[in-house]
Design a protein around this ligand. Structure first.
Ligand code: COA
Ligand code: MG
Length: 304
């Protein structure tokens, strides 16, 4: 293994919104940096038809430069099939790319193989070994029993997400809340247990026209523990940025908890009451996590 970089810089707030952009369409790519997304995912997979894949790869260097010009993270989603994957790795393991998104991941071994190939390419190209991270998309029921192994497959892996449309199609269903809640939670639990960032929301990614419904879905998903999500349309980005952040009253509650904790400590109390509810160490941890999340959001008056 080569030298790896710290993942401390990938705070949860950094990836509230990751916008998929079909990499063969200059009209989308050229303006993507202005859509407010924390990260731009240049897609070489499902949104690019086979005859256009070569063209998308050819212009990927320019697309990476365009996508990154406002400081957003730049990600590239590669294909799953080996022949296309090899061609994709060749153009995407380059300076300027923060992470690759791997679709249809079903095993830890798959991630390890790809990470090794990336290391060889990084060394050839004088790119920091281990510097390009990985995001795994879980899109098939076959992956579910292996989530624990997948989540801890490699130090490059920093986030996991359920692919709602592919997963629903793979089980012969529709992307409804009923179907998606179980697998989304399974991905969330595996990600948290391994220290990865859980990305997602419990709903269809394709239903971009109904923004109030999308907001409700994202708000609910935040209460489950998701930290950010992938999006397919610029209209979804603002909602993700707003919703994947602590609310002012959550921050005020968290401040009250840490203040009350100081007083409780002086009185040798492990459990005490704030707003009529019991507070003990896990509640204090939640309060501190909310304050840290709030501080880490760009533009937040409380940020450093
Ligand atoms: N990235 C960047 N820009 C996008 C965009 C995207 N994913 N989706 C739409 N836009 C732009 C459009 O170019 C348009 O820009 P303009 O106002 O400057 O002309 C604006 O946002 C409004 O777009 P709109 O007309 O509402 O959408 P559309 O009909 O052009 O496209 C989709 C709708 C769904 C086809 C398109 O959003 C898309 O291809 N999304 C990505 C799909 C994808 O990656 N799927 C695979 C992952 S699940
Ligand atoms: Mg897909």
């Amino acid at each position: 293994m080569g030298k790896t970089v710290s993942i401390a810089s990938f705070s949860e707030s950094r990836w509230r919104s990751l916008l998929f952009v079909p990499a063969h369409l200059p009209k989308f790519v050229e303006k993507a940096h202005g859509r407010g997304a924390d990260g731009i995912v240049l897609d070489l997979e499902d949104s690019v038809p086979w005859p256009s894949k070569a063209q998308a790869r050819q212009r990927l260097g320019d697309s990476i430069a365009q996508a990154g010009q406002n400081g957003a993270s730049v990600l590239v989603r590669v294909n799953h099939g080996l022949r296309a994957l090899c061609a994709d790795l060749d153009v995407s393991v380059v300076a300027g790319v923060d992470a690759l998104v791997l679709p249809k991941v079903e095993s830890a071994e798959w991630i390890v193989e790809i990470a090794q190939e990336m290391l060889a390419l990084e060394r050839e190209r004088d790119v920091l070994p281990g510097g390009i991270r990985l995001v795994a998309q879980i899109e098939t029921p076959a992956a579910l029993p292996r989530l624990t192994a997948i989540a801890s497959a490699h130090s490059r892996l920093i986030a996991m997400a359920l692919g709602p449309e592919d997963f629903s199609a793979a089980v012969g269903g529709q992307p409804t809340t009923d179907l998606l809640l179980g697998p989304n939670l399974a991905v969330l639990f595996a990600a948290r247990a391994a220290g990865l960032v859980p990305l997602g929301f419990v709903g269809s990614i394709g239903d971009f026209a109904d923004i109030p419904k999308f907001r409700e879905t994202v708000r609910h998903s935040k209460t489950l523990g998701f930290a950010g999500a992938l999006a397919i349309h610029p209209a979804q980005v603002a909602v993700l940025n707003e919703e994947f952040a602590p609310l002012p009253d959550e921050l005020e509650w968290a401040e009250r908890v840490v203040t009350a904790e100081e007083e409780a400590k002086a009185q040798h109390l492990g459990a005490f009451t704030v707003d009529g509810k019991m507070v003990d160490p896990p509640v204090i941890r939640r309060a501190r996590a909310l304050l840290a999340w709030g501080r880490s959001i760009p533009g937040d008056p409380r940020s450093d």
